[in-house]
Design a protein around this ligand. Structure first.
Ligand code: BTN
Length: 254
């Protein structure tokens, strides 16, 4: 399960039986100034206080779901370009799952992994900055793999098992995701940002389709036309395109 080409991501793998959050664990090691190689991966069998975006909780199921964090040190990347990290990570997860799931698989802006309107995985990236560059990027990935059901407080979730009626090897999936992320990371380092944007938009949920959105208390019909370099969602409404950040806009599910 370790045959995917990787130069450094996942080379140093730390597996834990139980942890609060793999992102928090990684942060704590860094805070103690313990040296950790670029590409270190922390993977947990059981995560009891998994964290999601916007202060949400993230649900993991012991031995059934994938919860891991990757440490990258993208010193070459300006803070202003941090959205490119979001892109390489979501594309990496997307590319790993595409051969299994097929065309229904989408990236829901900014970095949720969706299948037919339900959430298969999520990504939480926490960047530590030095000057105007990114010193450490803590990239947390959670994927619903072998679950057969979900607790009621986790709405709208789906697992690979529920879609494909098959169990998957968690570690093999994790290594494959690392390998895809690494490939895009090198491309980014070499300055191939435009290719990255193309690949991201290609897999984006709701691109060029009409949908309902909520901004403050107003609900309106609009169309996603793209994502800006800063990672803002561009939505066209009444012939005008406006850009929103994650806190400002919500998709409405009918
Ligand atoms: C989201 O969709 O809101 C993001 C979910 C991210 C979950 C992963 S699981 C591994 C890592 N550790 C955490 O506490 N969160 C991320």
């Amino acid at each position: 399960n370790n045959n995917f080409l990787r130069a450094f991501v996942g080379q140093n793998l730390i597996t834990l039986k139980e942890v609060d959050s793999t992102n928090t664990f990684l942060k704590n090691i860094l805070a103690n100034n313990e040296p950790l190689p670029d590409g270190t991966v922390i993977m947990a069998e059981s995560q009891i206080a998994g964290r999601g975006q916007q202060q949400n909780k993230w649900y993991s199921s012991t031995g059934e779901s994938l919860a891991f964090s990757i440490l990258l040190k993208p010193h070459f990347l300006a803070l202003a370009s941090q959205f490119q990290l979001t892109q390489i990570v979501s594309i990496g997860v997307y590319e790993t799952l595409l051969p299994l799931v097929g065309n229904k698989l989408k990236i829901k802006w900014p970095n949720d992994i969706y299948v037919g309107g339900r959430k298969l995985g999520g990504i939480l990236i926490e960047n530590q900055v030095q000057g105007s560059a990114i010193k450490n990027s803590i990239i947390g990935i959670g994927l619903n793999v072998n679950q057969t059901n979900f607790p009621a407080w986790v709405p709208n979730a789906v697992s690979l098992r529920q879609i494909l009626q098959t169990d998957y090897d968690l570690k093999a999936l994790m290594f494959e995701i690392c390998s895809h992320i690494e490939r895009w990371y090198f491309k980014l380092k070499e300055g191939n940002g435009s290719q990255l944007n193309e690949a991201y938009l290609h897999s984006l949920y709701w691109l060029n389709k009409k949908g309902r959105f909520k901004v403050q208390d107003a609900i309106f019909e609009g169309m996603v036309t793209g994502v800006s370099a800063e990672g803002l969602l561009q939505v066209m409404q009444d012939g005008h395109v406006k850009a929103y950040n994650l806190k400002e806009i919500q998709f409405i599910h009918n």
